[in-house]
Design a protein. Structure first.
Length: 104
């Protein structure tokens, strides 16, 4: 996943790209594996969300507790990253739910 504004989710793998205050001006991305997850189950969705959270925190970093501006930049970076990946996340979950219904 990549974190930098504006963030973009790409098909095939979950990637986030955001040029943000907490990152250098270049885009950074992270791949989030999801092929091994059963996204028709709550546990699979929870694991996907956990992986997204880890990637977002990794990309945006963590500011010093005494750095108010840095904390704001990281908070904005994380919000941008989650927003950018949202549509792709929802599509993957919908596809998982569709697969579950097709199996019935």
């Amino acid at each position: 996943m990549t974190l930098l504004p504006p963030c973009a989710a790409l098909a095939g793998a979950l990637l986030v790209a955001c040029p943000g205050a907490a990152q250098p001006p270049d885009q950074v991305s992270r791949h989030i594996a999801h092929a091994d997850l059963d996204l028709s189950s709550g546990a699979g969705v929870a694991m996907l969300d956990q992986r997204i959270g880890i990637a977002v925190r990794d990309l945006c970093g963590a500011p010093s507790s005494s750095d108010i501006a840095g904390r704001r930049a990281v908070r904005l970076c994380r919000a941008d990253a989650r927003e950018s990946i949202g549509a792709r996340r929802r599509a993957l979950i919908a596809a998982g739910a569709g697969a579950r219904l097709a199996k019935r």
